[in-house]
Design a protein around this ligand. Sequence first.
Ligand SMILES: C[S@@+](CC[C@H](N)C(=O)[O-])C[C@H]1O[C@@H](n2cnc3c(N)ncnc32)[C@H](O)[C@@H]1O
Length: 303
Amino acid sequence: MNLGIIQPNTISLPPSKPELKQEVPSVMNEDTFIEFRDFIYKHSGIYFNNSKKELLESRIAKRLITHKIYSFEEYFNFLHSSEGRVEIPMLYESITINETYFFRTEQQFEVLEQVLIPEIIKAHQERGETNPTIKIWSAAASSGEEAYTIAIIIAEKIKPLYPNVKFQIIGTDINNTVLETARRGVYKEYAVRNISPEILRKYFTREGNSYHLSPEIRSSVSFQHLNLFDQSAMDSISGIDVVFCCNVLIYFDVVSKVKVIENIYKSMNKAGYLFVGYSESLHGLSKDFSLIHLHKAMAYRKE
Ligand SMILES: C[S@@+](CC[C@H](N)C(=O)[O-])C[C@H]1O[C@@H](n2cnc3c(N)ncnc32)[C@H](O)[C@@H]1O
């Protein structure tokens, strides 16, 4: 009896041919891993030891998918071809870790505001500069939260006390995509979670789930692409009073750390200060700085 129920199609179709699908590999052979590891190390200082092989494989596999390339070796050759040169920055972007948020290293910012900036201004004035410019550099700026935190502190706490002092804040990073985010100045809840409600209200406008940084703060920071291992780019930075080089040294091996620290040292003014991340230190890397224990945080002073 037909009850009005549509019967499944009973016409039998010929079995379809199995699709010829190429798969992106997930495991690199040992030689290819060493080639990638050395290539990345030489160009960015980031060192993937054997325990990070899987991480490297998964990150590079994503680039293979983007380019519809089906072997790690073919991708490696592509990087060395003339059309593949533009891919090199994309490879770095796929392997860098960009975790950051506003007021991340809170104690360092407090020391910057209460101790270091007043001391640095005084030192400039003692050298005869009546209206000095203080230069602060966020050397692995990621999407800008660290540099903008400094800009907010200066607008909020320092400018009212020192109206004649100028500040130049620079944020640099190897990753162009995060730098674009930094220039846009639009953030999600995660990035702003450590900001006090008053500061959030004063310097951000909320639109849906996004927080738009005020034009005043955005325009006080300039962002530029810089690889900490690019010698000529590093040589172009000078006269820095305070450097934040936080949470990036951990990705480098000792030789690379020494090189980066040496270059940062050269870029700084005498008696300038360097901050590194809470889990980082210059121990065994440089004797050119003195470790200064300030009230709540430590900083390295260029002697
Ligand atoms: C974890 S984030 C640190 C962000 C911020 N300094 C903080 O502490 O919150 C590390 C940043 O270092 C950048 N980086 C890694 N290698 C670099 C290199 N050779 N030159 C410049 N930046 C690099 C990454 O792109 C990433 O944005």
